[in-house]
Design a protein around this ligand. Structure first.
Ligand code: PLP
Length: 436
């Protein structure tokens, strides 16, 4: 399997290079040279395949022998190890629950698969691999649990002090072993700046073998295509047109859905559902891409002003005719503000007796809007996080207590362990140089 950089189609690398480096030097993003269609027999058998089996078949087809079958099966076994069930509100409306992993958000799929691939590519190395990652909340928890106890790999997570939720902080700071949390007196941007500087510092690079667990790593997108198949498999009707409504920030989830469609999954349309950070719906309306500073909303994991995967989408839809028109043939963009989101959380609670989180609520709104002009479709709304991750907001909106799953409740009782550092690079550098 070969990958190219979106900035230079002649810059080809192996999967190992793409995964270990995360980003090409020319500042593009890695993309597979080909995303082949799955065979007729795969689709014929799909209903009978388990989630793990279909994920394995997808990788086999995509990697084309690059990873030995027994290794691949181990990687899938350890990463696709929780379900993605569908909950049906009615014949036309289904919700895909992507929060059954350890951090209770869909980012677990990407983080676990990436950690397994990195551990595999790291086999036989004598020097330990140090993964540096800055998080504003959700990514850190998924990465921490994905790499927990991975031999030969340690993870150093930087997070902004006082700016992540209690649950998110506990997810980063209670694992121990090969996971170290650094609580930085500063913002998320400060954390990210420290990580960037460390990658450029020759002393640090001589001392540690560094890698990043960045969200634009191709290893995070690939497994996110698996659950589109898993959702399709569970749908009651295979005849009605299938639409996926995707609550979007950096558009990794939506791009992975487009990969699934390229592999032959019959998806009629994608709905790019955003909050007021609507750069892509704006582009779909006007043909102009204009990034803008992000604004804070209730669905804060989607507060992104310059979605990183837009470059991958542009690349996919370039070619015959206008990129804008090609993209509009597949993706519909819709945005909603927080008052609509609150109303949707209430509506889903009262009509379906279901507690939806603020991100899923945006996708729910977008699908309902889409349905007005498209009556006979079958919609799958991606529910990207468990509502208890946003417990304060959701309990206030619904004016009642919501259930906290055991997984989160036990976490809250655990003791936090983190090193406190200022945002000064020299302090961070000397911590890195001295921590063995
Ligand atoms: C990260 C995140 C999103 C946005 O996903 P993208 O792939 O960046 O578009 C949506 N919902 C939740 C809960 C998230 O954590």
């Amino acid at each position: 399997m070969k990958l190219y950089s979106t900035n230079n189609k002649n810059n080809l690398v192996s999967l190992k290079q793409a995964v270990m480096k995360s980003l090409p030097e020319d500042n593009g993003l890695y993309m597979p040279v080909s995303i082949p269609k799955l065979s007729k027999s795969f689709y014929k058998d799909l209903d009978r395949l388990s989630f793990k089996e279909l994920s394995y078949q997808i990788c086999l087809n995509l990697f084309d022998g690059y990873i030995p079958e027994n290794k691949l099966s181990e990687i899938i076994d350890r990463s696709v190890n929780f379900p993605a069930p569908i909950v049906s509100f009615d014949d036309h409306t289904h919700l895909l629950e992507l929060f059954h992993g350890p951090s209770m958000a869909f980012k677990d799929f990407g983080a676990r698969f990436m950690s397994q691939l990195m551990a595999y590519f790291n086999e036989g190395e004598t020097k330990r691999l140090s993964i540096l990652v800055a998080t504003s909340g959700d990514t850190g928890g998924a990465v921490a649990s994905g790499f927990y106890n991975t031999p030969g790999v340690e993870v150093i997570i930087l997070y902004p002090s006082g700016k992540v939720s209690d649950i998110q902080e506990k997810q980063l700071t209670t694992l121990g072993n090969n996971i170290t949390a650094l609580e930085i007196e500063g913002t998320f941007d400060d954390c990210q700046a420290l990580v960037k500087k460390a990658f450029l510092d020759s002393d640090v690079n001589n001392h540690l073998r560094l890698s990043s667990a960045n969200s634009i790593n191709i290893a995070r997108l690939i497994p996110q295509s698996f659950y589109y198949f898993e959702a399709f498999k569970q749908l009651p009707s295979k005849e009605r047109k299938v639409v996926f409504s995707i609550p979007s920030g950096n558009f990794g989830n939506l791009t992975a859905g487009v990969f699934a469609k390229m592999m032959g999954l019959p998806i009629d349309k994608f709905i790019a559902a955003t909050n007021l950070n609507d750069v892509i719906p704006q582009y779909l309306d006007s043909g102009e891409y204009t990034s803008k500073p992000s604004v804070a909303t209730l669905s804060n994991a989607m507060d992104v002003g310059d979605p990183s995967n837009f470059r991958r989408l542009k690349n996919i839809f370039s070619g015959n005719g206008s990129t804008w028109n090609n993209m509009r043939n597949h993706i519909v963009g819709l945005r909603f503000n927080d008052s609509y989101t609150k109303a949707a959380i209430k509506e889903v609670d009262s009509r379906y007796d279901y507690t939806i989180d603020p991100h899923g609520a945006v996708a729910y709104l977008a699908y309902r809007q889409y349905q007005i002009y498209n009556e006979d479709c079958q919609g799958v709304i991606l529910e990207t996080a468990h509502p208890a991750k946003f417990i304060d907001a959701v309990e206030t909106i619904l004016d009642k207590k919501i259930h906290i799953p055991d997984k989160l409740a036990t976490l809250l009782d655990k003791r936090k362990s983190a090193e406190f550092l200022t945002k000064d690079f020299d302090a961070f550098k000397s911590w890195l140089m001295n921590h063995y």
